[in-house]
Design a protein around this ligand. Structure first.
Ligand code: 0RA
Length: 646
C-alpha cells in the first residue's frame, strides 16, 4: 500500500483494486503480451472470451463483434449479463467490481473452471484499464443497466436506463493511445481468423464480425458470420480445403477422458506436410505440450499395432518412426483443462502431466474403431506410412550431406554467397535475391561490412509438393542451409532447428515487386514456414520492399512505393514529370537499390510473423498446392502477406 493511501485510510481492498488497475496501465505487456498490434487485438479476444464462457455454460449462443468507424470495438452477447446486484464485500454493484477489479476474472464462483481464456486470461477489467473510454451495458432482470469508465476509472455509479426483457452484455471500448503507441487500427482479417477459429472450436455458437469503417465495392456493409455445426471436423475440412484427402471421412473423437474434455479431428491427405494444431481452453498452444505428446503417442501406438497385425510391414527392412505416421496428416487437438500450466518461451506449451494419458486414450479409442470400420482407409494409411518411412531414409542421407557441409565451415560456404566481413551474427544481414543479375547489383550496392548476398536461381523448389528427401537434395535449399549456418536435429522425432550457429539475424527476401517476384518470395516463405519455422517465430525473416516507381523532373527525383505516392509526387513536381516504372530489381542500378531498399536508414522492410498458425497453414497449402485459381487470386489480392514495418 502506498504511503498516500495509508494516510487517507482507504479500505485495503479498494486500494488493491486501484493499484491493480494502475499496475495494468504501468505494465500492460505483463497482462496482454505487448502494446503493439497483438496487444491491441488481444483486448477484443479478452472480452469475447467472457462471452464464450457464457456460451459454454449454456447461456448464450450469439456473439457480435463490431469494429466501429473510430476503431473502437463493440462486443455484444446474449448471455446472462454481468451481474448488477450489490457486491457485499466491495459495497458496489458487481458490474463495477467485474469492470474495475483486476483478478475478479469475471466469475466469482470458482467451482466451474474457466474454460476459455485469452493469452493470460486476465479479464475485462484489464481491457477497461487500457481503454481511454469504455461503456458496459447490461440487459438483465428486466432492465438495462449502464456504467462508463475512463482509463478504468468509474465515471458514475451503475444506473438503469430503461426496461428490457432480453439478457446480455454489450461492451464498447476505445483503446487508449497513451498505451498503444504503435497503432490503434484494427485489422479485419486478424479478428476474422481468430473469430472463425473460435467458432470452429466451440460449435453451435454464432459469431458475427462487422466492420463499419468502410463499405465493400458494391456499397455493402462488410460483415461475416462464423458458425460451425460440426466443430473440429469442419475445421479440419476447412484447413485441408485445397489438399487432396486420402479418405472420405474425417476421423473424429469427442468426449471426456479421466475428467478432461478431449476433442480430436484428423484426416490424411496426399501432401507430405504434418499439420497439427493444438488448443487448450481455446488457446492455440504453438509450443505443444502434454496433450500433443498424448496425441502422438496414441497415434503411433495404434497405427503401429494395426500395421504389424496387418502383415503389410513384414518385409520392411527398417523401423517406422513417429514422423512417418504423421506425414500428410492434418489434425486438431482441443482439450479443456481446469488449471492449465503454461510453460515455454511464449507460455503456449501445456505442462499438465495428467492430460497426456487422456488424449492418448481418446486417440487410441477413436482410431481403433475407425480402422476396424474402414479397412480400405486403414490400408491406405499404412501404405502411406510405409512410403513415408522409405522417403525418410532417403532424406536422412540427404540431410546428413547438408549437415556435413555445414559443419565444415571453412570452404563450406556456398560459392554464390558474397559474405560480409562482420562476425557478430546480431549485426549481420543476408539478402536472398532472385536471379544472378539482381544478385550482382545487390552485391555492388550493399554495405559489405554487414550485408551478405545470396543469389538464388529462378524459381526455388515448391516444398509444399516435394517429398522431404527432394527438399534436402535441392541445390538452392542446401545453399540456404549452409549460408545461414542452420542445422536440423537428427534425433528421432525431432526436426528441431539448431539456430545457435545462425550466421545472420536478419534474413531478407528481396524479389521483384511484381507477380512473379511475389510468387518467388512466397516459395521462399513456404520453405521457411515448413522447414525453418523457428526463424520466422524468432523474428529473423524480413521482406524487402523495392519501390515501384521513380519520378523525375529536371534534377528532382523521388521514389514511390504505391500508385498513390506516385500521383502525389507527380502533383508536387508538376507538368513534365517523367515516371519510370521498375519492372524488376534488375532495372535499378546499385546505388538506387542501396538508397531505396538496402540502406537501413531509409528502407522499409516487412518483418514476417505468424499471426494464426492454422490459418497460415491453410494459406500456404492453398498457395503452393495443386489448385491454381485460388492461388492466383490470392497473390493478386495480397502480393505478400507479411506485416509490421521494421
Ligand atoms: C460475472 C459473473 C457471471 C457472468 C459474467 C461475469 C459475464 C461477463 C461477461 C463479459 C462479457 N459478457 C459477459 N457475460 C457474463 C455469472 C452470471 C450469473 O451468475 O448470473
Amino acid at each position: 500500500m502506498s504511503e498516500e493511501a495509508k494516510k487517507h485510510n482507504y479500505s485495503a481492498d479498494s486500494i488493491q483494486a486501484l493499484e491493480g488497475m494502475e499496475h495494468v496501465r504501468m505494465r500492460p505487456s505483463m497482462y496482454i503480451g505487448d502494446v503493439g498490434v497483438r496487444g491491441l487485438h488481444h483486448l477484443v479476444y479478452e472480452v469475447v472470451d467472457n462471452s464464450i464462457d457464457e456460451a459454454l455454460a449454456g447461456h448464450c449462443d450469439t456473439i457480435k463483434v463490431t469494429i466501429n468507424e473510430d476503431n473502437s470495438i463493440t462486443t455484444e452477447d446474449n448471455g446472462r449479463g454481468i451481474p448488477v446486484g450489490l457486491h457485499k464485500k466491495e459495497g458496489v454493484s458487481a458490474l463495477e467490481v467485474v469492470m474495475t477489479k483486476i483478478g475478479a476474472g469475471g466469475k466469482f464462483d470458482k467451482d466451474s473452471y474457466k474454460v476459455s481464456g485469452g493469452l493470460h486470461g486476465v479479464g475485462v477489467s484489464c481491457v477497461n484499464a487500457l481503454s481511454e473510454h469504455l461503456k458496459a451495458t447490461v440487459y438483465r432482470e428486466g432492465k438495462i443497466w449502464e456504467q462508463e469508465y475512463e482509463r478504468g476509472k468509474t465515471l458514475y455509479p451503475v444506473k438503469t436506463i430503461g426496461d428490457s426483457d432480453r439478457n446480455g452484455t454489450v461492451v464498447t471500448f476505445k483503446p487508449d493511445p497513451q498505451i498503444f503507441n504503435q497503432t490503434l487500427e484494427y485489422n479485419y482479417d486478424t479478428l476474422a481468423s481468430r473469430l472463425r477459429e473460435l467458432a470452429f472450436l466451440n460449435k453451435g455458437i454464432t459469431v458475427v464480425l462487422t466492420d463499419l469503417r468502410h463499405k465493400d465495392e458494391e456499397g455493402n456493409v462488410i460483415s461475416e458470420t462464423f458458425f460451425s455445426e460440426e466443430g473440429l471436423t469442419e475445421f479440419v475440412k476447412y484447413l485441408d480445403a485445397t489438399r487432396e484427402p486420402l479418405m472420405k471421412d474425417v476421423i473424429a473423437f469427442e468426449g471426456e477422458k479421466n475428467g478432461i474434455p478431449v476433442e480430436v479431428a484428423m484426416i490424411y491427405n496426399t501432401s507430405y506436410a504434418e499439420n497439427l494444431h493444438s488448443y487448450v481452453n481455446n488457446i492455440n498452444t504453438h509450443e505443444g505440450g502434454t496433450h500433443l505428446t498424448g496425441f502422438r503417442r496414441g497415434l503411433t501406438h495404434t497405427l503401429k499395432k494395426y500395421a504389424d497385425s496387418s502383415g503389410l510391414t513384414d518385409k520392411l527392412k527398417f523401423d517406422i518412426s513417429g514422423d512417418d505416421f504423421r506425414e500428410g496428416l492434418t489434425a486438431i487437438i482441443s482439450v479443456k483443462v481446469a488449471e492449465p500450466q503454461f510453460e515455454g518461451q511464449t507460455k503456449t506449451k501445456l505442462g499438465n502431466r495428467e492430460v497426456s494419458a487422456s488424449v492418448s486414450q481418446a486417440v487410441s479409442e477413436m482410431l481403433t474403431d475407425y480402422l476396424e470400420e474402414h479397412p480400405d482407409d486403414a490400408k491406405t494409411i499404412v501404405q502411406k506410412v510405409i512410403l513415408a518411412a522409405q522417403a525418410r531414409h532417403a532424406a536422412q542421407k540427404a540431410r546428413e550431406m547438408v549437415q556435413r557441409k555445414t559443419v565444415m565451415s571453412i570452404g563450406g560456404l556456398p560459392g554464390k554467397l558474397s559474405d560480409c566481413s562482420e562476425q557478430d551474427p546480431a549485426k549481420c544481414e543476408v539478402f536472398l535475391v532472385e536471379g544472378d543479375s539482381a544478385g550482382g547489383t545487390a552485391k555492388q550496392g550493399r554495405d559489405r561490412a554487414f550485408q551478405a548476398i545470396l543469389p538464388l536461381r529462378g524459381k526455388i523448389l515448391n516444398v509444399e509438393k516435394a517429398m522431404q528427401h527432394k527438399v534436402f537434395e535441392n541445390e538452392e535449399i542446401k545453399n540456404i542451409f549452409t549460408a545461414l549456418g542452420v542445422t536440423i536435429g537428427t534425433e528421432e522425432d525431432s526436426k528441431a532447428l539448431n539456430l545457435s550457429k545462425l550466421r545472420y539475424h536478419k534474413i531478407v527476401i528481396m524479389c521483384d515487386a511484381d507477380i512473379d517476384g511475389s510468387h518467388i518470395a512466397t516459395l521462399i516463405l513456404t520453405f521457411f514456414f515448413r522447414y525453418m519455422k523457428e526463424l520466422i517465430e524468432n523474428g529473423h525473416v524480413y521482406i524487402a520492399t523495392p519501390p515501384l516507381y521513380l519520378v523525375k523532373r529536371g534534377a528532382k527525383k523521388r521514389y514511390a512505393w504505391t500508385d498513390k505516392e506516385r500521383d502525389e509526387v507527380v502533383a508536387e513536381f508538376g507538368d513534365g514529370s517523367k515516371i519510370q516504372r521498375y519492372k524488376g530489381l534488375g532495372e535499378m542500378n546499385a546505388e538506387q537499390l542501396w538508397d531505396t531498399t538496402m540502406n537501413p536508414e531509409f528502407r522499409t522492410m516487412r518483418q514476417v510473423h505468424i499471426e494464426n498458425g492454422s490459418e497460415a497453414d491453410r494459406i500456404f497449402s492453398m498457395l503452393m498446392g495443386d489448385e491454381v485459381p485460388p492461388r492466383r487470386e490470392f497473390i493478386e489480392k495480397n502480393a505478400i502477406y507479411a506485416n509490421i514495418d521494421a
